[in-house]
Design a protein around this ligand. Structure first.
Ligand SMILES: [Zn+2]
Ligand SMILES: [Zn+2]
Length: 323
């Protein structure tokens, strides 16, 4: 009897010390998490938004910018996030998106992380900047169904490839600076001055090589909605659009209508993306006098630093050289 009483006390002492140990361990863990949280992890949805954000953040204290994975083919609006991306978002303090329906997965993110703040740059610029509304958006939706998602970019009637306009992009940069300042007031002035600097560097370094005069009022055609903004930036007049930003069937009627529009309107140049546009591009070169140029949309690949400026300048040089 005496022996078992000692055993009981001993067990009691052991369990108390285990609880204390666990408590200490847990306390340390919690503390670590807190110090981690003082760092701001900013996630971005796509290359253009990533490039704007790293320039706005610069070397702001304690802020990390990370881009979600990017599609290797097709356009952004048909892309879904990897499970790795979804996991990474659980650590994020804010997600910055292009918006306007470009991120078809956004609803899933909101559902999974209802408390994650989202900076929507499209929403921020749509009132004050020249966002293109597609007149035929509804009609087109009936003609080509290439997605089952209700969030598809055509549904809203607005062309959400807004980053291709350097004017609207400057607005997105500003929206990112404002959004981050609201979340992280300690760096607010850093964001504001970095945004100003980036916008003025864009102003001085983006060179359309006089195309805003050469192509002002000229008739052009586009094989990708993103280049509607290239045309807009140059003051060119779009007479035909074929949305080839993804794998889809193009009807013979659609092709001949497009060729006719080019011939009837004396289109000088057609803006295309190589991946989905080159087959149609070859046809246009054969059957019309228009030049077809292959431009970049920034959607695929990895970019850093001032690559936004480099890509736009490259696009303008390609157009200039074709004329
Ligand atoms: Zn697209
Ligand atoms: Zn589409």
């Amino acid at each position: 009897m005496k022996k078992s009483k000692y055993l009981f006390v001993l067990l009691l002492l052991i369990s108390i010390s285990v609880v204390l140990l666990c408590g200490t361990f847990f306390y340390v863990k919690l503390n670590n998490k807190e110090s981690d949280d003082s760092e701001l992890l900013v996630m971005t949805s796509c290359n253009p938004v990533y490039l704007a954000t790293i320039n706005v953040v610069g070397d702001a204290e304690g802020v990390t910018v990370q881009n979600l994975s990017q599609p290797t083919t097709g356009c952004l609006h048909d892309y879904t996030l990897t499970t790795e991306d979804m996991k990474n978002l659980s650590k994020a303090d804010v997600l910055i998106v292009n918006g306007g329906g470009m991120e078809g997965y956004l609803e899933d993110v909101v559902e999974a992380y209802p408390n994650l703040p989202i900076i929507d740059t499209f929403e921020a610029v749509e009132e004050d900047y020249p966002v293109i509304i597609e007149e035929e958006a509804e009609e087109e939706e009936e003609d080509h169904s290439h997605g089952t998602s209700e969030e598809h970019h055509h549904d809203e009637g607005a062309n959400s490839h807004i980053w291709m306009s350097e004017e609207i992009y400057a607005g997105q940069v500003q929206a990112i600076a404002d959004g981050l300042a609201a979340l992280d007031s300690s760096n607010a002035s850093v964001y504001a001055s970095n945004a100003d600097t980036f916008v003025s560097v864009m102003d001085s370094q983006i060179d359309n090589q006089g195309l805003d005069e050469t192509l002002s009022g000229a008739n052009v055609a586009v094989l990708h909605e993103a280049f509607a903004y290239t045309a807009q930036s140059l003051g060119a007049n779009i007479v035909a659009t074929m949305d080839l930003d993804e794998e889809r069937q193009v009807s013979a009627g659609e092709v001949s209508d497009f060729i006719d529009a080019i011939n009837e309107n004396n289109v000088q140049v057609v803006f295309a993306e190589y991946d989905y546009g080159h087959a149609m591009g070859e046809l246009i070169t054969e059957q019309t006098d228009a030049k077809v140029v292959y431009l970049e949309t920034l959607v695929h690949g990895e970019y850093s630093g001032l690559d936004y400026i480099t890509v736009l300048n490259k696009n303008y040089a390609v157009i200039k050289n074709s004329l």
